[in-house]
Ligand binder design. Structure first.
Ligand SMILES: [Zn+2]
Length: 244
């Protein structure tokens, strides 16, 4: 199985679904991390070029922690737009990864790069199979439309989960992966008044409390024509009970 995670910024995948990525890897899946922007505004004291280079290395270290393959699209941070150029870059990433499962941001996430990348993924995932849309890598010819899931939002705001993944056994790995993004600890303190640990412990425990395990990550499936389904291709899944 090939699983492609699409994050807008270099630390998003690890922060919102790193525990699930580690689980997929433990189960033998080929895992790809596609990062849309370079993160080149994420610093109070570096130049754009400096922080871009720092964050590229941090993203590589995060991916290397579990043996994921990193694909950087290198668009400008906070200026990701849905254009022909960005769509073709995502289509090329889909062709390189040949995914069975794609995990992207929630369409209504507060951050514009998050929501824009989500819409590009949802709109373009099937276009990777079309031969007349040319990119460097040719379509596989299998006409495989992957399942798409949305990851949780920052602090879970405005996100109603439909699937939980029990990440208790990989939570320490997730902390290690996010710890690779050292430059973002100070940035998060400068901008939001919390360090990166605030984005890990509390949401994982809260989502775990909701579904009956210690630590969890939350998701929603994207239900569209061509990818409606009964089985969820996710590890350790817990589905909320019906409300009475
Ligand atoms: Zn982000």
């Amino acid at each position: 199985m090939n699983v492609l995670f699409c994050g807008a910024h270099p630390d998003d995948i690890e922060t919102y679904c790193g525990g699930t990525a580690a689980l997929y890897k433990k189960l033998g899946a080929n895992v790809f991390f596609c990062v849309a922007t370079s993160g080149n505004i994420g610093s109070s004291n570096h130049t754009m070029e400096q922080i871009k280079a720092i964050r590229r290395q941090e993203a590589q270290n995060g991916a290397d922690t579990i043996g994921a393959e990193l694909i950087m699209l290198d668009f400008d941070d906070e200026f990701l737009f849905d254009t022909r150029e960005t769509r073709l870059a995502f289509i090329e990433a889909f062709r390189r990864a040949d995914p069975d499962v794609v995990i992207c941001h929630w369409t209504h996430d507060y951050n514009p790069d998050h929501s824009t990348s989500s819409r590009i993924v949802d709109d373009c995932v099937h276009m990777a199979t079309i031969p007349l849309i040319k990119t460097e890598t040719k379509p596989t010819g299998k006409n495989k439309i992957p399942h798409v899931y949305y990851m949780d939002t920052p602090a879970g705001v405005g996100f109603e989960p439909q699937i939980y993944v029990d990440i208790t056994e990989t939570f320490d790995t997730k902390v290690k992966m996010v710890g690779c993004h050292e430059s973002q600890n100070q940035w998060m303190l400068d901008v939001y008044g919390t360090d990166m640990s605030g984005f890990l412990q509390v949401p994982a425990a809260y989502r775990g409390f909701q579904c009956g395990c210690k630590y969890a990550e939350a998701f929603r499936p994207s239900i569209r024509y061509g990818r409606t389904f009964n089985d969820h291709y996710m590890p350790n899944t817990l589905v909320p009970r019906q409300q009475h």
